[in-house]
Ligand binder design. Structure first.
Ligand code: FES
Length: 248
């Protein structure tokens, strides 16, 4: 790639318009939002967004910006029964409806029914939470239908998040995306850990699809990593020792 695609502010602007403002973005696992009020927050193309589990048990995404003076409402991850703005304490239900506005509720002309945090499209695919700012975007499941078939034996929709970490890398986002699209570097950079188990000559790298690419590695059955856990009775045959590395 020409170096400018990693450094040019104009190119980044183009990426924002064509990718971050329009594409689905994966924000985490639905299993991490199991209880009513569980939430996670994210920044989608400069827009603060919150995804939460409503009192009715539905997953909902909406703007995380107060309708009063645009303070950001929730930070990080957590659980909230009511969303209270840290600036002047306007409060919202988990459905985004304005519940209270101190000293304003009795003012003539102020109708709290007129205020609701705008909803953002949110879908769950294989247990992953996706949101998009684009109302016209095709459903995630439709766009990843080919991938569904490919990874069906793993039953990934049942996976449960056991820990969560956030890492911020001081680099262009594509450098990370590209790194996770290949295992070419494993024998060298990761020679102390997974490297010796990653036989490049046994790797299969089929052509990429519109929305994803992948490669497979079949591990030796004797290896301690990369094989199905003995308690895992779902995976059979070669699936027990196949690792699929996906980039969506
Ligand atoms: S900015 Fe939220 S209550 Fe004022």
């Amino acid at each position: 790639m020409p170096p400018q695609v990693y450094t040019s502010p104009a190119f980044l602007e183009l990426e924002k318009q064509t990718i971050f403002a329009r594409e689905w973005q994966c924000l985490g696992r639905a299993s991490a939002l199991a209880k009513a009020g569980d939430y996670l927050t994210a920044d989608i193309n400069g827009q603060p967004v919150v995804v939460l589990r409503t009192a009715e048990g539905k997953l909902r995404a909406m703007s995380n910006v107060c309708l009063h003076r645009m303070s950001v409402l929730l930070q990080g991850r957590g659980n909230a029964r009511v969303i209270v703005c840290p600036y002047h304490a306007w409060s919202y239900t988990l459905d985004g409806e304005l519940r209270g506005a101190p000293l304003l509720s009795n003012q003539p002309g102020f109708r709290k029914e007129s205020y609701k945090l705008p909803e953002v499209r949110c879908e769950v695919w294989q247990g992953w939470v996706y949101v998009t700012l684009d109302r016209e975007a095709r459903p995630v499941a439709e766009r990843l239908a080919e991938l569904d078939k490919l990874i069906a034996p793993y039953e990934m929709g049942n996976y449960v998040e056991t820990f969560y970490e956030e890492h911020v890398w001081n680099t262009n986002w594509k450098i990370l995306a590209e790194n996770f699209m290949e295992s070419y570097h494993l024998p060298v950079l990761h020679r102390a850990t997974v490297g010796p188990h990653s036989k490049l000559e046994d790797m299969q790298c089929p052509p990429g699809h519109e929305t994803f690419n992948y490669h497979w590695i079949a591990k030796e059955a004797s290896l301690p990593i990369g094989n199905a856990h003995p308690d895992n009775a779902r995976l059979t045959g070669h699936w027990r020792k196949t690792t699929v590395l996906l980039a969506i």
